[in-house]
Design a protein around this ligand. Structure first.
Ligand code: GLN
Length: 336
């Protein structure tokens, strides 16, 4: 589909507002308390260091587009961003290359398969299909500007730091643990080269991807990063413009279709918000024009999404009226 005819029409926005600070704060506390004792799910163990995570940790954070902050529980506990980096690196790639180029090179459709699937690539003639699973994310990392992999990595670290409004650092232990065991991602890198989808050294690109996944963040950071995408690309805490409003819109569309892997449709049906998860237990959901909610809790469902995180954010989506598909009649029916 050619995007040009749509891009000629100026983009108007359709947004509402969150309730006042006190009400949001009360609901964040309520959602945290309600799911703190939820025991379902298991901690990821295919990256050895992640297996040691404390399953009891649970942080929840909401950042409003006006900069309001709501942190509950372990909202300031550090963990590795993992796959949540994919959405922000994707935003940097679109900012650099534009909507149409990234769409054509990486794709925007859900694969319906696990995040680390090689079959998804084989079934589609080596086309990565979607930037929220590993094949597309590795192809997206290659699109980040930089003459060397060290330059690309620094560009990613700086870019994600601008989203967070503070300097993010890599967790060396997580990086080493994954770098020693990521044969699957290296295989994906080689398959991309084999299909002519990647022109650079695949091991170097996978190394940058592994570093981006090991960036250390908190649920609070993820909420600020998400709120920047909710705020037309301006970080609501620092006031700095990070990306354009068009980049936010494109990124959130892809996150809505694929952010929770093969569970993305179910999530959109139940909760109605773009959301992205990572295997260390982070998850962030974005309500355009309103703000973002993020959680950290290591036990995951079988697709790799934080169980408590999904429950708490789902609760907030309903209570705060964030579902993008919910409406009420414009002319309220007369009371009998
Ligand atoms: N670094 C992880 C990987 O590539 C990220 C996966 C995830 O968070 N789902 O396997």
């Amino acid at each position: 589909m050619d995007p040009t005819p749509f891009q000629e029409v100026p983009q108007s926005v359709s947004t509402g507002a969150l309730p006042g600070w006190l009400r949001v704060d009360e609901l964040v506390r309520e959602a945290h308390a309600r799911y703190a004792s939820e025991a379902a799910g298991s901690v990821a163990d295919y990256i050895p260091v992640l297996a040691a995570a404390d399953p009891g940790l649970f942080g929840l954070a909401v950042i409003d587009v006006d900069g309001g902050v709501h942190d509950a529980g372990d909202a300031l506990h550090a963990f590795s961003i993992q796959s949540i980096s994919k959405m922000f690196v994707y935003a940097l790639a679109i900012a650099e290359h534009g909507h149409a180029h990234v769409r054509d090179v990486v794709g925007v459709n859900n694969t319906g398969l696990a995040f680390n699937s090689l079959m998804a690539l084989e079934l589609n003639g080596g086309h990565p299909m979607n930037p929220m699973v590993n094949a597309g994310a590795i192809a997206t990392t290659a699109l980040v500007p930089g003459a060397t992999s060290a330059e690309k990595w620094e560009r990613i670290r700086e870019g994600l730091s601008a989203f967070a409004g503070r300097q993010l650092r890599m967790d060396g232990e997580v990086y080493r643990s994954e770098a020693e065991t990521n044969d699957r991602n290296r295989a994906i890198g080689r398959l991309l080269v084999g299909y002519g989808r990647l022109n650079e050294d695949p091991d170097e690109i996978v190394d940058v991807y592994t570093r981006q996944c090991a960036l250390s963040v908190t649920a609070h950071d993820l909420a600020v990063m998400g709120a920047t995408l909710a705020d037309g690309g301006v970080n609501p805490v620092t006031g700095d413009r990070v990306v354009s409003a068009d980049v936010c819109r494109d990124t959130l569309a892809v996150v809505a279709s694929s952010g929770l892997y093969e569970r993305s449709g179910e999530w959109l049906f139940e909760i109605g918000l773009p959301a992205k998860s990572g295997v260390a237990g982070g998850i962030v959901a974005v309500a355009p024009g309103k703000g973002a909610a993020a959680a950290f809790s290591p036990p995951l469902d079988s697709a790799g999404n934080s169980v408590r995180g999904q429950l708490a954010i789902g609760h907030l989506s309903r209570a705060l009226g964030l579902n993008l598909f919910a409406s009420a009649p414009a002319r309220l029916e007369e009371q009998p």
